[in-house]
Design a protein around this ligand. Structure first.
Ligand code: IPE
Ligand code: IPE
Ligand code: MG
Length: 264
């Protein structure tokens, strides 16, 4: 029997079955989440913002567990953006400490549960202790074959694109790459997500209808589910609703529906 990485309210160590209302053959392979609304959750409860972030960690743990149980291959979450440094110093410091303590506490369990964790973003700018923990976690879980769990930390979509362009430009300058060979496939290989398929579904909590510099390239054809639920309240029902919404969409990728084609 393995130790579950869910702590707190839900402490089962068995897999949760996919709800009958969902079609297991039409699940997204890759879910991306903008976990937003921690501050507002705390405000409603008359608590400090920090408590909202701590509560958000529990929502993340149970969402990861559910995605893993329901057969989602990749989960990518937005934990800290390149713009979030502009928040008050106390809040930024709290978040960095929170990332450290959660990693320290959970990494062993994530490994036991076969999760392969990765961190996407400019990691060099993070506190040294956090960088060490991140490297340990990546190395410990690198050969795991369960869900790929990507945590975007000091991540910015524009920065990622600029870095990709720079890497290609350097190869051209060194005479190692003919610029006429640069196409979407080659460009994509320079992105932090080059090992994963693009997200099929983007979930944003707290009702905001914007991307906030998240995965600008990769979300080109993602279905977008916005829920008013604040991130710390995001639960099994919220995830099921997001997946039901996803399964109700017709993905056309710029083409035509089969039903429309039949009428032609
Ligand atoms: C998301 O919650 C967490 C981070 C950006 C780190 P917020 O802190 O943005 O919560 P709101 O938007 O103020 O409610
Ligand atoms: C996006 O949320 C970043 C994360 C969830 C980490 P923000 O709260 O920073 O986004 P804005 O400021 O509402 O666009
Ligand atoms: Mg926010």
């Amino acid at each position: 029997m393995t130790t579950p990485f869910i702590v707190g309210s839900n402490n089962e160590s068995f897999n949760k079955a996919l709800p009958a209302s969902l079609d297991e053959n039409r699940l997204p392979k890759h879910i991306a989440i903008i976990m937003d609304g921690n501050g507002r959750w705390a405000k409603i409860k008359k608590l400090p913002r920090a408590m909202g972030h701590s509560a958000g960690v529990d929502a993340l743990k149970s969402t990861l567990r559910l995605c893993s149980d329901w057969g989602i291959k990749v989960l990518t979450v937005y934990a800290f953006s390149t713009e979030n440094w502009s928040r008050p110093k106390e809040e930024v410091n709290f978040l960095m400490k929170l990332f450290e303590s959660v990693l320290k506490k959970e990494i062993e369990y994530l490994n036991i549960e076969d999760v392969r964790i990765n961190f996407l973003g400019d990691l060099d700018e993070l506190p040294a202790r956090l960088q060490d923990l991140i490297n340990q976690a990546i190395n410990l879980t690198r050969n795991n074959t369960g869900i790929n769990f990507n945590v975007c930390t000091n991540y910015g979509g524009r920065r990622e694109l600029v870095l990709a362009a720079k890497k290609l430009a350097n190869r051209v300058a060194e005479g190692k790459l003919d610029p006429s060979l640069i196409d979407e496939n080659l460009f994509e290989k320079e992105l932090l997500t080059s090992n994963y398929v693009d997200p099929d579904l983007l979930i944003r909590t707290s009702g905001e209808k914007r991307l906030s510099n998240f995965l600008l390239w990769q979300l080109a054809y993602a279905e977008i589910h916005v829920t008013d639920t604040l991130w710390p309240d995001f639960n099994e029902e919220s995830l099921r609703n997001a997946l039901l919404d996803y399964q109700s969409r017709r993905r056309r990728f710029g083409g035509l529906d089969n039903a429309v084609k039949d009428q032609l």
